[in-house]
Design a protein around this ligand. Structure first.
Ligand code: PHE
Length: 355
């Protein structure tokens, strides 16, 4: 009698066409009210000898059915996966659709290019928040409280929160502070991101982008700063003999400080980069001030380094011949189609930067 049940259950297992059907078979055989379970419940009414024999037979049947269920389940799962893979197949070798119209914004592309060059030199990418506090944006960067240096930046302040003066960061330099507070030297990072100043005219927008650089270790000097920036500018603008001029300047957080100009030629409303005798300012830099190192918990008698900050829009305009700063943020699709980059044109030193 159990043999008949076994044959019947096995054929049901093998006939189950999918996983839900198979589960139904399992419930009907081994579930609480299943047929094998039902026989198990009757064991109590048998004599000890009968119970032993019948119990063993039922257990063997149960094991056999369970094994058959498992095997069928594995088969059905594999078949299900195979069918799904077939149905969802995509041909990754197909060319991209000609109708894809999306473009990468020149700012994104420019920052990716900069990162690619600095990454090749061993810099990591660091980030910080756009909404900063006074400490990271000013105080730790050696802007004394009440000092006119703070007025160099026309700061957007936020309504006071918890006694903390919050603001939109006026430069990416607070990322220097965050990086030094959270990491031990040696440090070598670049930090691209948005910055904000209350300013709006032909050459200023209230939101713009900078990329910050910071190198801290025991032996870095101004020669390294110079070499790094010369190397960067020549790679970025793709002009091998591009001259750089370092002019003494002032920033509270660097000493000595310099502004860097690149060589150019202004003629008939056009601008050409190279060794032509004219100069164009593109970035600020210097050796990190000991007060900044100390404010960030770094021993200034042991460590030193350099920092720089560059406006992204300015160099993007130069490199790609974009004449008006304000168009960057007008979200005009015709402009983006003209100046934007196709998504797969990812900057990379080995394959070449853009164009
Ligand atoms: N943070 C400065 C600015 O916004 C640029 C800078 C960065 C200068 C790092 C020196 C060192 O003008």
């Amino acid at each position: 009698m159990l043999d008949a049940l076994k044959d019947e259950l096995l054929s049901l297992v093998n006939a189950a066409a999918d996983l839900p059907a198979l589960d139904e078979v399992r419930v009907n055989a081994l579930g609480k009210k299943g047929r094998i379970t039902g026989f198990m419940k009757e064991l109590g009414g048998l004599s000890p000898d009968e119970r032993k024999e019948r119990g063993q037979a039922l257990n063997a049947l149960k094991d056999e059915i369970a094994a058959a269920l498992d095997a069928r389940k594995a088969d059905l799962s594999a078949a299900h996966l195979k069918a799904r893979l077939e149905a969802e197949r995509v041909d990754v070798t197909l060319p991209i659709r000609p109708e894809t119209e999306g473009r990468i914004h020149p700012i994104s592309q420019t920052m990716d290019e900069m990162i690619a060059i600095f990454a090749e030199m061993g810099f990591a990418v660091a980030e910080g928040p756009d909404v900063e506090d006074d400490f990271h944006n000013f105080t730790a960067l050696n802007f004394p409280v009440g000092h006119p240096a703070r007025d160099m930046h026309d700061t957007f302040y936020l309504p006071d929160a918890d006694d903390k003066k919050m603001l939109l960061r006026t430069h990416t330099s607070p990322v220097q502070v965050r990086t030094m507070l959270n990491n031990k030297p040696p440090i070598r990072i670049v930090a691209p991101g948005r910055t904000y100043r209350s300013d709006y005219d032909m050459t200023h927008t209230p939101m713009f982008h900078q990329i910050e650089g910071l190198v801290i270790d025991e032996a870095t000097n101004m020669g390294h700063l110079k070499g790094c920036l010369v190397e960067f500018c020549r790679a970025f603008f793709d002009v091998d003999d591009l001259p750089l001029r370092f002019r003494p300047s002032f920033f509270p957080f660097t000493e000595p400080s310099a502004e860097v100009d690149i060589g150019c030629l202004r003629k008939g409303g056009e601008l050409k980069l190279g060794n032509y005798g004219d100069w164009l300012e593109i970035l600020g830099c210097g050796m990190v001030h000991p007060n900044v190192l100390e404010a960030c918990g770094i021993d200034s008698t042991k460590y030193q380094g350099f920092a720089f900050g560059m406006g992204v829009e300015r160099v993007a305009m130069l490199k790609y011949g974009i004449p008006d700063l304000r168009t960057f943020f007008e979200a005009d699709l015709r402009w983006l189609k003209h100046y934007g980059f196709v998504p797969l044109d990812i900057p990379n030193i080995a394959h070449g930067l853009t164009r």
